[in-house]
Design a protein. Sequence first.
Length: 555
Amino acid sequence: MKRSKRFEVLENRPVHQDGFVHEWAEVGLVAMNGPNDPKPSIKIENGRVVEMDGKPRSEFDMIDQFIADHAINLELAEKVAAMDSRELAKMIVDVNVPRSEIVKLTTAMTPAKICEVVGHMNVVEMMMALQKMRARKTPDIQCHVTSLTDNPVQIAADAAEAALRGFNEMETTVGIVRYAPFNAMALLIGSQTGRGGVLTQCALEEATELQLGMKGFTAYAETISVYGTENVFVDGDDTPWSKAFLASAYASRGLKMRFTSGTGSEVQMGYAEGKSMLYLEARCVYITKGAGVQGLQNGSISCIGVPGAVPGGIRAVLAENLITTMLDLEVASGNDQTFSHSDIRRTARTMMQFLPGTDFIFSGYSAVPNYDNMFAGSNFDAEDYDDYLVLQRDLMVDGGLRPVSEEEVIAIRNKAARALQAVFKELGLPPITDEEVEAATYAHGSKDMPPRNVVEDLKAAEELFKGPATGLDIVKALAKNGFEDVANNVLGMLKQRVSGDYLHTSSIIDKNFVVKSAVNDPNDYAGPGTGYRISPERWEEIKNIPWAMRPDQIG
């Protein structure tokens, strides 16, 4: 068969390397409004839900029971169930209906009802709704700081640069689990070198995460996964109640945390029960609400390839972010794991959250090159910094990043590497050489770093984890070696555990260690001229990218 040259060219475009499938509702390969999704309903007798979404209480699984007993505002539930879903959708989009009124209604919806409501919206309407419904007025971003070789010197330098560039939360993980204490400590020291108040975490299995937090090496956690079907929960040896208990363990120790979920996880596990991805994800959001957790990392996350393969899948990802805000929770809206070979697709996927703004537009912008990203790569990475800055400038949107000079970055990377070098020396850990400090100062990624002695590092990291050293020992080591400002910043993070202010919904901490959250920075968007607006000072910062020509340079 003679081929069309046009089609031959198109078939070689990056988008053809992505995977696409037709809908297959029986196994859950349908984004939203699936044919097997339940119809909304609720019946309450003596203050107890006896029927929800067409299912009598006698047939409830453990997720139904948890949601019915803990996650729904029963006072208005029957009234909201009787309201027209299309009219509710209009109210959510309408700038003249305040968020405070909408939340009373949306928190009274059942999972099927809330899916039916958002099902009436197109993506532009969902973005309008998201702009109004996010909990905190000010949008923000979180980043990944990881290393292919688990190099702590590189992680410290990258964290310092990321803090300088504007990230207020940072997450690391490991290639080798036993490296965790070094990675967590490097992220803490590096971030607090960049600026005080940055929240950091190390994503591992839950018991280790909690121990690192209790030692003062991390400030929050979010990789506590919840699922939308009972079989997937059981497969993970968990229940909604065990997750709620774990959440209380973090809160009682002054550690911020949120759950993680995402469309497609149940399909990947083979237990979707024939329901749509969005309906099952809605159940995850309700579990989060019922557990009393302040927020949720969702937006498909590590499962993004599944909704990305079916029709309307990226719309469903936006819908799950919106549902989270409708239940009055903080949302870290994904945009983390890469899902497409197409630059056009990955940018379009991010615009859904970038334009309206969310509590955290990214729950993992890769602050390192993607070859170093141990979360399987991110939708945007360190090589996209300048493109992202231009998007902010082009559209007058605050996406959280700030322009920086090469001189600033070199200086802060060097300071962070030297600070970590001093702490390692003071704590008797394997030495960090001047050669490593120099390399980290100018490195792009782990390929530019000299190798460390992994055997020695792992032995020392294990001893550090099991030993008595805490965040206070880091403070002392920094102060003793001339890094008083960094020591004060680390101490400031430890003090947050005592005050507990950053356990409020959508909390971040500014450089003066003032907590900003949904309590003191509530989203009051009510149409043009309201809600978050870029200040003149912030607009000057966004406009002035270093490579833009000044008038005196033209001609």
